[in-house]
Design a protein around this ligand. Structure first.
Ligand code: NAP
Length: 246
């Protein structure tokens, strides 16, 4: 029987690579996005998954920082998948990249709500459908969840929270056959990194032991491993070129 997945922030960067990998693995995919510009990307990915990978797909617009929007997203996906759900990839995330004194409460709350609270919303809504049939949640954390990063206090707080959420849900839902793991990427070339100061980025990249910035495919490969590793739960795997060794 075919398996079904929901991915948040599934049209760009790491999300796009993971969406395509899910298709390669034979999953039908509900691809979430939120911005107007990603609507066309989502539609193109749906076509690609159907035509090139032979799986079913649906694009669903929703701001995952909002519980009601998550509820609508999960309902739309479940209606499409006749109620069966096997995988939730919590990937949506943003960063402010701002010193803490200048950071405004509404801005740090947006980072916390988008990066962490969204994963609580989505897990809360999906877990009733994931229990008791060998299912998985994969959360995108960050090396910022493992170590401190200058100008990323809100982001680091959110991503450390993601790792805590991952461990606690893994423990609580292991008896119900749901594995919960996190990926903590290092520097990976996406729009998120293209948005930061490129001179600073080059200087930072020079300190990566493997000597280069990673590609979204590195993270999609890690997701594939997690989905196919039946003894793995409660773990955070960090593909980061040796940049952080916790
Ligand atoms: P990206 O290219 O900027 O993509 C961010 C994604 O998150 C987009 O798909 C975006 O959707 C989605 N998103 C943002 N706010 C959302 C919301 N309120 N509701 C639904 N979707 C929302 O960045 P990326 O590098 O691929 O980041 C993906 C994840 O990896 C994030 O959690 C990020 O923190 C994490 N990460 C990235 C790196 C890195 O170096 N790139 C390192 C560590 C961790 P739209 O397309 O609709 O805007």
């Amino acid at each position: 029987m075919s398996k079904n997945a929901i991915i948040t922030g599934g049209t760009r960067g790491l999300g796009e690579a993971m969406t395509l990998k899910l298709g390669d693995m034979g999953y039908n995919v509900a691809i979430n996005y939120t911005s107007e510009r990603s609507g066309a990307l989502a539609d193109a990915l749906v076509q690609k998954l159907k035509e090139e990978k032979g799986v079913d797909a649906i694009a669903v617009k929703a701001d995952v920082s909002d519980y009601d929007a998550c509820e609508q997203l999960v309902k739309t996906a479940l209606d499409h998948f006749q109620g069966q759900l096997d995988v939730l990839i919590n990937n949506a995330g943003i960063t402010n990249n701002c010193n803490f004194i200048d950071l405004q409460p509404k801005d740090y709350m947006r980072v916390i709500n988008t990066n962490l609270v969204s994963m609580m919303h989505m897990s809360h809504l999906c877990l009733p459908h994931l229990v008791d049939h060998d299912s998985c949640i994969v959360n995108t954390a960050s090396v910022g969840g493992l170590v401190g990063v200058v100008n990323q206090a809100d982001y680091c707080a959110a991503k450390t929270g993601v790792i805590g959420l991952t461990r606690a849900l893994a423990l609580e839902f292991a008896p119900r056959k749901v594995r919960v793991n996190a990926i903590a990427p290092g520097m990976i070339m996406t729009d998120m990194l293209r948005g930061v100061n490129q001179d600073e980025l080059r200087a930072l990249a020079a300190t990566i032991p493997l000597g280069y910035i990673g590609e979204p495919a590195d993270i999609a490969g890690c997701m594939e491993y997690i989905l196919t590793a039946p003894y793995l739960t409660g773990q955070t795997i960090s593909p980061n070129g040796g940049f952080v060794m916790p």
